[in-house]
Write a protein that binds this ligand. Structure first.
Ligand code: 5GP
Ligand code: ZN
Length: 130
């Protein structure tokens, strides 16, 4: 399979690795939005939130919490924005979580159009009928 993040896991592409265990790898984003922009990925290939299993996701969440505290303390940032893109807006089709340190005055551009809310009632009704 042609996947950049699988190649990083296999050591075929170098990465600035901060942490790894049997399940995850944590490394710096090659194109940082701010200083210390970090990615957490499962070592096993999952495309997105739809196909990753809950055990792996829970482990990623626990590492996310750990990395949050560590990055905030050591980088002296104000906080971190945590993002996980699925399908649209997802450049690399291997599940990953972005941990982007935030600094006073920085600007992260997440533009969206503010048209009227549509179809969200369908989500509510589906959940209610379950
Ligand atoms: P996405 O847009 O899929 O949510 O984010 C993918 C991220 O992976 C981007 O922020 C991009 O800079 C990063 N990225 C893409 N290729 C590489 C690479 O070869 N090495 C590293 N470290 N990051 C990469
Ligand atoms: Zn992969």
């Amino acid at each position: 399979m042609d996947c950049i993040f699988c190649e990083i896991v296999n050591g075929e592409i170098p990465s600035y690795t901060l942490y790894e265990d049997d399940i995850v790898k944590v490394f710096l984003d090659i194109d940082p939005k701010t200083n210390g922009d970090t990615l957490i990925i499962p070592k096993k290939h999952f495309v997105n939130i739809n196909d990753i299993d809950l055990n792996t996701l829970n482990h990623i969440n626990s590492i996310t919490k750990k990395m949050y505290a560590l990055l905030k303390e050591k980088l002296n940032c104000e906080g971190l924005t945590i993002i996980q893109n699925n399908d649209y807006g997802q450049e690399v089709k291997h599940f990953h979580v972005h941990l982007t340190p935030r600094y006073q005055g920085d600007i992260l551009n997440h533009t969206y159009n503010k048209e009227a809310l549509q179809n969200i009632e369908l989500v509510y009704k589906t959940l209610k009928s379950e």
